[in-house]
Structures are given as C-alpha cells and as structure tokens.
Ligand binder design. Structure first.
Ligand code: ATP
Ligand code: MG
Length: 287
C-alpha cells in the first residue's frame, strides 16, 4: 500500500489539530527559543473562536454493510451542517454503479450527498472514481481498465477541504472493501485520518458486524467518533435489546436511532441524529 497521510489537511478537524490555522506573527527570536507569553501563537481553537470561525468538522462514514444507510446518515449530517450555516461538502471517493443522464454519468449516492451539501464542486472532485458497474469496486474498476489509487482521492479531498468548513466522506459498503490488490477502504480512512462514524444497519447479525468493524477501526488508530443505529429491517425482533447490546460493547457514543422512515430524506433522518456532543461540532449557527 502506498503511504500518504493528510493529517495536515485536517488541521481543524475534531482530532485536536496540531497546526495553528493562523500564521504566527513574524518574530526575530531564534526558532529554538520558546516564544514569550505575549507572542505565544494561540491554540487553534482559541484563534478560531476569537475570529468567530467554527472549528472544522470532518468525518468518514462507514457502515456494517452495503445498503444499510450510510448515504442517508451522511446526507443527514450534511443537512445539519448546512443548517448551522457552514459550507458543507460530501465526498463519495469511490462509487460503483452509474447511469448516463443527459450525457453525464450519475451515481445516486454522489447525487444525494451533493444535494444535501452546499459546496458545489465538479463531480470528478467529489467522486474521483465513478464506475459504471454496480459491483465490488475492484471488479467494476477492472472492467474499465482503471486502477483505484489513493493519490487522486487524497488530492481531491484536499481541494474539497480548501473550499469547505466541513466535509463528510462516505465509504463504500462495509469497512474493508478492496479497491485494488493492496489498497482498501479502511486504508483510505486511515490515510485521510478522519474520525469515523459507524452506521449500524439494525437487522439480525448486526452485532457481530458492528463489533468487527469497531475492532478494525480502532486497530488502525482511528478515532471512532460515534455510531448511528439505522433501522435496516423494520421488522427486527428485540430491537431495544440489540441496541443495548451494542451500546454496552461499542466504546463510542450512540449518536441516534433512525427509525424506518416513510420518506428517507436527509432532513427527516437528521431529526434523529444528535452530533452536539462531538468535539468540533459547531455549537451555534454561523450565519
Ligand atoms: N431509516 C430508513 N428508512 C427508510 N429507508 C431507508 C432507511 N435507511 C436506508 N433506507 C433506504 O435504504 C436504501 C439504502 O440506503 P443507503 O443508500 O443510505 O445505504 P448505503 O449504506 O449508503 O448503501 P451503499 O453501500 O450502496 O452506499 C436507500 O434506498 C435508502 O433510502
Ligand atoms: Mg451509499
């Protein structure tokens, strides 16, 4: 696996940034000397609070499986960010399954994320790998003679970050979906170094899927910011008991339980998700 890391791109995400976003005042003091208190570079949170700028909120949304509500939850998060006056952009780095509409390839997930955010960038930025075949991405890519590589994805992510206050990256399928022989979706999450939100598709079997996903996320040194229970099977028996079992075992907060919605829109789902406790979440409306 090629190793790239975009820690610096996420300087204002909620993993407590290490770089200040404001340039320190020019000083003639030797760099090895500690700065006097009055010339101390403010911590990013102080500087941003002083400027009235919210800290950056970025996350990687993964799930226990395919078709369990990652796009719905990602869109709901974008909807909430937009409601708080932020410039919020969704990214679906790899999408398999696209149709020609008016001469342009479209993917449902990418379209829903674009409709839920308010930063409009060219589709090749928000989805660098848009593949036609609705299949496992490495298979869909090979059908087109394409190799999915981290470099264009990370470059595109940096462009999105430059244009946005908040970025929501939706993964593909479950947490470990192969992109090529030595690069998968978990590697991408690690290279982007984003806090992860796990969507658990509530249906029989989800507990093991969720716990395995949590293990894989934590094993990569990623922050599991929280998880969302989404009702994949409206007839699931012992729903509350399953939630309790997951809550007892997942070392991160439950951010919401999304019921089966009559209309699965970002706005409806957003009513059931509460991200207020997450570090970096904008506490007040910006506009
Ligand atoms: N809580 C819900 N209520 C009603 N419909 C839902 C709910 N959650 C998901 N759906 C529907 O289930 C389908 C799959 O959801 P979604 O596209 O969000 O899954 P996904 O995990 O993003 O799938 P993929 O792996 O293809 O990216 C969609 O048609 C969506 O509208
Ligand atoms: Mg999706």
């Amino acid at each position: 696996m090629k190793s790239f890391n975009v820690k610096s791109f996420n300087a204002r995400n909620f993993n407590e940034p290490s770089e200040p976003m404001v340039e320190p005042a020019a000083t003639t003091a030797p760099v090895t000397q500690p700065l006097p208190v009055e010339e101390r570079v403010p911590a990013p949170s102080e500087a941003l609070a002083a400027e009235g700028i919210p800290s950056r909120f970025c996350c990687f949304v993964t799930g226990t499986d395919t078709e369990i509500g990652k796009t719905l939850v990602s869109s709901a998060i974008l909807h909430k960010l937009v409601g708080r006056g932020l410039r919020a952009c969704g990214m679906k780095p790899v999408a398999a399954g696209a149709e020609l509409v008016d001469g342009e390839l479209h993917n449902e997930d990418a379209d829903m994320l674009a409709a839920s955010g308010n930063v409009h960038l060219p589709p090749n930025i928000t989805t660098p790998y848009l593949l036609r075949e609705p299949a496992a991405p490495h298979i869909a890519a090979s059908l087109e003679g394409v190799t999915i590589d981290p470099v264009p994805i990370i470059a595109a992510y940096a462009e999105i970050l430059a244009a946005s206050d908040a970025v929501v990256v939706e993964g593909v399928g479950g947490f470990r979906v192969p992109f090529n022989d030595d690069f998968d979706s978990a590697d991408l999450a690690a290279q982007l170094n984003l806090p992860v939100i796990l969507v658990v598709g509530m249906r029989l079997g989800c507990i093991s899927h969720a716990l395995l996903s949590v293990e894989a996320i934590v094993a990569r040194g990623l922050v599991l910011a929280g998880w969302v229970a989404n009702t994949a099977d409206p007839d699931m028996r012992f729903f509350d008991e399953n939630i309790a079992a997951l809550e007892a075992r997942i070392p991160a907060p439950l951010l919401g339980i999304v019921p089966r919605l009559e209309e699965a829109t970002a706005a409806h789902a957003a009513r059931f998700i509460d991200l207020a406790g997450l570090p970096g979440w904008p506490s007040t409306r910006v506009l």
